[in-house]
Design a protein around this ligand. Structure first.
Ligand SMILES: NC(=O)c1ccc[n+]([C@@H]2O[C@H](COP(=O)([O-])OP(=O)(O)OC[C@H]3O[C@@H](n4cnc5c(N)ncnc54)[C@H](O)[C@@H]3O)[C@@H](O)[C@H]2O)c1
Ligand SMILES: O=c1ccn([C@@H]2O[C@H](COP(=O)(O)OP(=O)(O)O[C@H]3O[C@H](CO)[C@H](O)[C@H](O)[C@H]3O)[C@@H](O)[C@H]2O)c(=O)[nH]1
Length: 329
């Protein structure tokens, strides 16, 4: 894990730092001694999730950041995005404008002000239905939804900006982010992710969890995903900042390399919460691949990254602690 002592403090902008992953990463950056300005329009984030010690600017990830960059920053970590797969198919313009156009305007502003580093939140959804598992970074990128396509387009744009303008860039392709870190965790108003939805059953906010398909070619028939602890993900961002090189864009998959089925996740939630968690089988969700597991060897070898909190029960236990604390807040 990167420590404050092995590198100099950087002055950084964190777009989307009032959201789930961005708030955890911003908190970890501050703990590591960096200076952090969070830029967030609060479209899905929460002002009280901005970590103590960060300066908060409410505004658009491109416009507000462009206004700040003249102050001189060492880098931008760009988490801000809309990321609902279903919505991206119904309203693609929101994703091409909101994700891609915003990112291009951000890249232009960084170029204009000579901001040297970028770390970008990419996604496993850039790969689409994988040909083999686990998925390496060299796998074909054939996204099956507009959300994934918008992130892939940004990855391509970053590659060309890095090459042409000397940007030191890293794209981190997250698999299924889960868990919580201190007072920072997942609280989307429109929640689609499995673990927080299952925990809503345990808190009594939802009657049952639907299992989207039990006829997949997996051992128990339910889909398999690679759940990565948000704190391990934050470690990778710290390392990515350290390893970014001028004129180079590197891409890393971030997952544990171990898959768990929907039924295994529900079982872990039962064990952790002590709640029976009724579950009902429902039709498959459109566009859901059977198995998505990351090959993260590149991040391990080149960044020296090693996920520490790989146990599913531990990941669920952290999410559950956060959920209970929020319920009392
Ligand atoms: N959570 C996951 O499992 C996962 C997986 C793969 C990739 N990602 C990516 O990671 C990033 C963070 O995801 P998250 O789960 O924390 O989402 P989130 O919705 O909790 O956080 C996104 C934040 O960005 C802000 N935002 C959105 N558009 C903005 C804009 N144009 N200007 C300023 N702020 C804006 C929102 O208000 C929110 O605070 C996203 O880019 C997402 O696509 C997440
Ligand atoms: O109520 C639910 C919710 C989800 N699931 C299933 O649980 C698994 C995980 O679903 P999530 O919605 O939690 O996560 P996804 O794998 O669909 O999506 C995640 O991984 C994607 C990569 O393909 C993108 O990165 C995306 O941003 C990220 O949220 C899937 O098989 C899904 O069908 C259910 O059975 N019931």
């Amino acid at each position: 894990m990167a420590t404050a002592s092995d590198r100099k403090a950087l002055k950084l902008i964190v777009t989307g730092g009032a959201g789930y992953v961005g708030s955890v990463c911003a908190a970890r950056l501050l703990e590591a001694g960096h200076e952090v300005v969070v830029v967030d329009d609060l479209s899905t984030g929460h002002a009280d999730a901005v970590p103590d010690g960060a300066r908060f600017v409410e505004g658009d990830a491109a416009d507000a950041t462009a206004g700040l960059l003249a102050e001189g920053f060492d880098g931008v970590l760009h988490f801000a995005a809309t990321s609902l797969v279903g919505e991206s198919m119904q309203d693609p313009g929101k994703y091409w404008r909101g994700n891609v156009f915003t990112a291009i305007r951000l890249l232009d502003a960084m170029r204009e002000h000579g901001t040297p580093r970028l770390v970008f939140s990419s996604t496993a959804a850039t790969y689409g239905e994988p040909e083999r598992s686990p998925i390496p970074e060299t796998a074909p990128t054939m996204p099956t939804n507009t959300y994934g396509a918008s992130k892939l387009a940004i990855d391509h744009a970053i590659t060309s900006y890095a090459r042409a303008h000397g940007l030191a860039a890293m794209s981190l392709r997250y698999f299924n982010v889960a868990g919580a870190y201190g007072r920072y965790g997942e609280r989307h108003t429109v929640e689609t992710h499995l673990i927080p939805l299952v925990l809503q059953v345990a808190t009594g906010h939802r009657e049952q969890i639907q299992i989207f398909g039990d006829d997949y070619p997996t051992e128990d028939g339910t889909a398999i995903r690679d759940y990565i602890h948000v704190s391990d993900l934050a470690d990778a961002h710290l390392l990515a900042l350290q390893h970014a090189e001028r004129g180079v864009h590197r891409i890393y998959n971030l997952g544990n390399g171990t898959g768990f089925s929907v039924r295994q996740v529900i079982e872990a939630c039962r064990e952790v919460t002590g709640h029976a968690i009724p579950a009902a089988v429902a039709p498959r969700r459109e566009g859901d691949p059977a198995i998505l597991v990351a090959a993260s060897d590149r991040a391990r070898e080149e960044l020296g990254w090693k996920p520490e909190r790989t146990d599913l029960y531990g990941i669920v236990a952290d999410a559950w602690r956060f959920t209970q604390e929020r319920a009392q807040a």
